[in-house]
Design a binder for this molecule. Structure first.
Ligand code: SF4
Length: 78
């Protein structure tokens, strides 16, 4: 196994560990959005999990959130 493969494995492990850690905490400062940063346009938002367009699944914090809400971990989609 070369060092770049080990680096990739380490990266993947750290990513999984981080996702697991984050999932155990509540979304930081989850609240009604007052600006353009909303769950509905966050990278973690998955609208395919529900039929309601205003409700989606937060993949990072493992809960159903509202499209018009936000939290401090918001990251825009690319
Ligand atoms: S803003 Fe926060 S709660 Fe909403 S989808 Fe993104 S990470 Fe999840």
């Amino acid at each position: 196994m070369n060092s770049s493969t080990i680096n990739e494995l380490n990266h993947s492990f750290m990513e999984q560990a981080w996702l697991l850690l984050k999932a155990k905490k509540d979304a930081p400062n989850y609240r009604k959005a007052t600006g353009p940063k909303k769950c509905g346009n966050c990278k973690a938002w998955d609208s395919s999990k529900t039929d309601d367009p205003m409700t989606g699944y937060c993949e990072w914090y493992d809960f159903m959130c509202r499209a018009d809400h936000t939290c401090d971990a918001w990251v825009g989609k690319k």
